[in-house]
Design a binder for this molecule. Structure first.
Ligand SMILES: *Cc1c(COP(=O)(O)O)cnc(C)c1O
Length: 430
């Protein structure tokens, strides 16, 4: 059995150590030595086996081709970033002027580029701020805008929502010490319900977009415009998905621009849903309120790092992000991509066909919206090898077939997708 120090001196493993660090390379060597002890390989094959065991990168996160047809897939990292955003992250990763004025040589406004880009994107907002995520934006608003005299947040019972993974908005707000004053019922909340609850003890009225469900039938809700005009207390609107302006395909998704135009004093939203950027919480609205939020001590605990600021700015100023491109993709082009891929798979002897499909926005947004799409249909048995392959592919199982929906796959991933399918099929058959 070759000794560990001898193996680590192998030029390939020495190079890997510079890239991955000693621990990961030693672990790969250990696994290869174990295979030799188990008699699976000969002692002179241990170095090659260790090279084969090396992880691709130092972080355990595996890149995935998202072929689920869910454009914003929370378990797959929500919005994939644009190439411009990835470049911006790389450029900011070392030392950078995130909080430094290079011209004057003095401290500068932190994240000025991203904040200015956000302000330009939503001219209706007097001021903007960015925190760690939308949950953080809500915590900050609930903490900084309430006081012992005005501790109540008035909210409709129809908007006390659970986002997912047991994240419940009312619990989040209550843990800040604010008092939730629930009004109305699950399906109906009227102006009179708000009117009887709002008073001097009210800090603000909260509107929450029920992102991931719809109530139909005997319903009533009060819009932001009416709330904003009625009570003289600020209306804070959690729009959820982060659309900055209305989207023609998603008429039921509120946008920051419309919410502010309707009179919302403050809008909160996620950066990594429909906006297509990094995880972030956007706060847009009245300058006096944004100032109270950004000067609160908690703001420091919720602030975003330079990588997020870089990616957010590039998302706002750069080319159309992947989520928006996927949303806008023309069904005929998706069909064309599916047909090209399937032709190559069939030529290689695979049981593959093109099927029509419906994709979804996901990420707790636009429930019920079905986006016409095209999918590659494959034998279900390929699901596991595709997930575990060197380019991991995640699709969805439907009626005994594995469907790879191309609406959530960026066009530049078609080639790696076909390669991954061919490799998975070879592995599954051998
Ligand atoms: C997604 C969502 C949140 C949580 O946003 P994060 O950015 O994940 O913290 C809060 N409110 C609504 C309405 C949402 O849709």
């Amino acid at each position: 059995m070759p000794r560990t120090d001898v193996l680590l001196a192998d030029p390939r493993l020495a190079e890997a150590e510079r890239r991955l660090g000693r621990a990961l390379v030693k672990a790969a060597v250990g696994r290869a030595q174990q295979r030799a002890r188990d008699g699976q390989i000969a002692p002179d094959q241990v170095a090659d086996a260790a090279v084969a065991e090396l992880p691709a990168r130092a972080a355990g996160l595996t890149p995935v081709i998202n072929a689920t047809g869910v454009l914003v897939h929370t378990n797959l990292g929500r919005a994939p970033l644009s190439a411009a955003a990835v470049d911006a992250i790389t450029a900011a990763a070392g030392s950078c002027d995130v909080e430094f004025d290079l011209a004057a040589g003095v401290r500068g406004r932190r994240g000025a580029g991203a904040l200015d880009a956000l302000a330009r994107a939503v001219p209706a907002a007097e001021a903007v701020a960015v925190v760690n995520n939308n949950a953080a934006a809500l915590v900050l608003a609930a903490t900084a805008l309430t006081s012992p005299q005005a501790a109540e947040i008035v909210v409709s019972r129809g908007e006390l929502i659970e986002i997912g993974d047991r994240f419940r908005l009312p619990d989040l707000l209550a843990c800040t010490g604010a008092t939730l004053r629930e009004v109305g019922t699950t399906n109906r909340t009227t102006v009179a319900d708000y009117a009887s609850a709002v008073g001097p003890q009210t800090a603000f009225v909260l509107k929450v977009h029920p992102s991931n469900f719809r109530i139909e039938g005997f319903t009533a809700a009060v819009g932001v415009a009416e709330l904003a005009a009625s009570y003289g207390v600020p209306v804070v609107f959690d729009i959820g998905s982060g659309l900055l302006a209305p989207h023609p395909l998603l008429p039921d998704e509120p946008s920051a621009a419309t919410a502010l135009r309707d009179g919302a004093a403050l809008v909160t939203a996620s950066g990594d849903k429909l906006l297509g950027g990094p995880q972030a919480g956007l706060l847009l609205g009245r300058a006096d309120l944004v100032r109270v939020l950004t000067r609160h001590p908690l703001a420091r605990a919720l602030r975003v790092d330079k990588l997020t600021l870089a990616a957010l700015e590039a998302t706002l100023t750069g080319p159309v992000p992947p989520v928006a491109a996927a949303l806008a993709a023309d069904p005929a082009s998706l069909l064309d991509r599916a047909e090209r891929a399937v032709a190559r798979l069939v030529a290689a002897g695979l049981d593959a066909l093109v099927v029509p499909a419906f994709a979804a926005v996901g990420g707790g947004g636009a429930p019920g919206v079905e986006l016409p799409s095209a999918a590659i249909s494959l034998p279900e048995a390929l699901a596991v090898p595709l997930r575990r392959g060197s380019s991991a592919v995640v699709g969805r199982l439907e009626a005994g077939r594995l469907l790879l929906d191309l609406r959530s796959v960026p066009p530049e991933a078609d080639e790696p997708l076909v390669t991954a399918i061919l490799a998975a099929a070879r592995g599954a058959l051998s």
